[in-house]
Design a protein around this ligand. Structure first.
Ligand SMILES: [Zn+2]
Length: 136
């Protein structure tokens, strides 16, 4: 299936780029803080980022990758990561299945229509294929 993975490709092509993930690791669509929602130009930058499921860090560049993994394995990776990051706590156990399902669905929604190798960038809730500027 197609998923999003961290990449250093096109890093630096957009002002304010950052990349703290491990290249190749699976990404998820992280929550955006209120500051970035209200003032995306002046926020912390989380509204432009994807989260690394393994490193728990973030990057502004995601790449569509065709990986030989199953839906069950992707759900397991998301569940384990969100648990490790403290999102899935016993007090909200009845919501865990929903949160994991929404996360997995969003990954599918973004990655599935795009060819492998496409660089995806984010602006809050908007995800778009990125064309690097032509070399001068
Ligand atoms: Zn933020």
């Amino acid at each position: 299936m197609k998923v999003l993975v961290a990449t250093s490709r096109t890093q630096g092509d957009v002002e304010g780029d950052y990349s703290f993930c491990v290249p190749g690791e699976l990404l998820w669509i992280t929550m955006v803080c209120d500051t970035d929602r209200l003032y995306p130009e002046r926020g912390c930058g989380c509204g432009r980022g994807f989260g690394g499921l393994t490193s728990h860090r973030a990057t502004t560049t995601a790449e569509v990758a065709e990986l030989d993994i199953t839906e069950t394995q992707l759900r397991l990776a998301v569940t384990t990561s969100l648990t490790d990051q403290g999102w899935l706590v016993p007090e909200t156990a009845e919501l865990h299945h929903e949160l994991v399902a929404e996360t997995v669905d969003l990954i599918h929604e973004i990655a599935e229509p795009l060819p492998a190798g496409t660089i995806v960038r984010r602006w809050i809730d908007d995800f778009h294929a990125f064309q690097p500027p032509a070399p001068r």
